[in-house]
Design a protein around this ligand. Structure first.
Ligand code: HEM
Length: 130
């Protein structure tokens, strides 16, 4: 039963969240200073591995707790927030044509990820109520 691994899954998920946000920030800041093309290859590959762990642990946690997006509001908010974070994040990293657009997208992505963490901590799609 997956629920037996809940502490491990949660630890993997939270660690992947911290590493993923840190890698995104470093990658976006390098791109802002020196242009997206100068981001080292490792910083382009590593996020794929970490994000796979993040999503994989998220799915396992959902199954372990029997709480699912489109059933539990805070998990729906997390999933939709994650989609928005990915789209806005790609503008911060490479799709934004000018440094100003990339900087704006970076701020937007950080606000979105802050919202996701808020919903995770409070199990509430409107974490500002707390
Ligand atoms: C960037 C995306 C994500 C971030 C930043 C994030 C963040 C977090 C954090 C900080 C926690 C720990 C909360 C606590 O201490 O109680 C957590 C737990 C959890 N997350 Fe995520 N998460 C993300 C994506 C997802 C997704 C997409 C799902 C599911 C579809 C998900 C499902 C869960 C579940 C089920 C828990 C366990 C909650 C509990 O222990 O009661 N997460 N997440």
């Amino acid at each position: 039963m997956l629920v037996e691994y809940y502490p491990l899954l949660r630890a993997v998920h939270v660690t992947a969240v911290i590493v993923s946000i840190s890698l995104f920030l470093v990658r976006a800041l390098i791109g802002l200073r020196a242009g997206p093309a100068s981001v080292p290859k490792l910083l382009r590959i590593l996020p794929h591995i970490v994000d796979t762990l993040l999503l994989g642990s998220a799915v396992c946690l959902s199954i372990a707790l029997q709480k699912y997006p489109f059933v539990d509001g805070w998990l729906t908010a997390k999933l939709l927030g994650l989609c928005a974070y990915i789209v806005v994040g790609t503008f911060a990293i490479r799709r934004g044509r000018t440094p100003a657009i990339r900087a704006l997208a970076l701020v937007g992505a950080l606000i979105i990820v802050g919202y996701i963490v808020g919903t995770a901590l409070h199990h509430d799609p409107a974490p500002w109520r707390w």
